[in-house]
Design a protein around this ligand. Sequence first.
Ligand code: NAD
Length: 292
Amino acid sequence: MGATEVTARILDGKATAKAVRADVRALAERLTAAGHRPGLGVVLVGDDPASQVYVRNKDRAAEEAGFRVETRKLPATTSQAELLAEIEAFNADAGIHGILVQLPLPSGLDERAAVRAISPDKDADGLHPESVARLVMGESGFVPCTPAGCIELLDRHGIEIEGRRAVVIGRSMLVGKPLAQLLLARNATVTMCHSRTTDLPAVCREADILVAAVGRRELVRGDWVKPGAAVLDVGINRGEDKKLKGDVAFDEVAAVAGALTPVPGGVGPMTIAMLLSNTALAASRLAGIEGH
Ligand code: NAD
């Protein structure tokens, strides 16, 4: 076998996200017909260019899925009280089922307080402490979109989770910690790794499912991966050449792994799809209509 030979099935996140969005659209149509059109409320403060792009993409995807979308664009000079008032207005709006406050907020605004102000019943990003508690306690609730997207990618490619060894590198509240909980809830045996883990390559070699959510370009090398393992690359790193690279050395790992997500076009596209799915499921819960 040549060193650059690809053995891994490449998991196409774009195609999978499209399939998720089609399912969400079908659910949204049923809900709308029953008088419960899903609604997404978005709050964007300031003029961070990356946030503007993210919000535009989310708005467009939600509209394509047939949602009502309300976006509040507030100036960087917005006070905390004004921000909280916008969130409260969405909380009180019965036609809004999912709320997200685009992070990061401009300096001077309290992100934690903003996230806590979102009703846990509308917490589309799954970052409210009550959503975190529900996840840990195994109760139904909102799950952060990127980890939810990782599970969806595994499920839609028929990759078994139960009983398998999963290793998650990275312990952020946004990705690593919720993903470890989701894998645990699906009966994987989960190990969490981080910047202080001793002999990270040896731990990774035990994984049947290996997830890298670190933010270090090509950290995971071919000899860190058990032959046949499923490898999910969450990392988004822009190199000096401006090219997007993941946390996984793609060519090396593709020659060892059984399945691998590319960057771009792997986990990334799943995030928005899961935001829509979260919101549509919230609307269906409220309407008493079964989701997918
Ligand atoms: P973070 O910076 O909050 O957390 C990074 C984690 O990596 C930390 O827990 C840290 O302990 C660990 N870490 C740092 N250096 C390490 C090392 N050398 N070895 C092992 N662990 C190490 O980042 P985050 O918000 O979790 O994001 C992680 C990556 O995923 C980033 O590249 C981010 O851009 C990307 N991301 C992608 C999506 C998506 O939609 N695809 C969504 C969120 C984040």
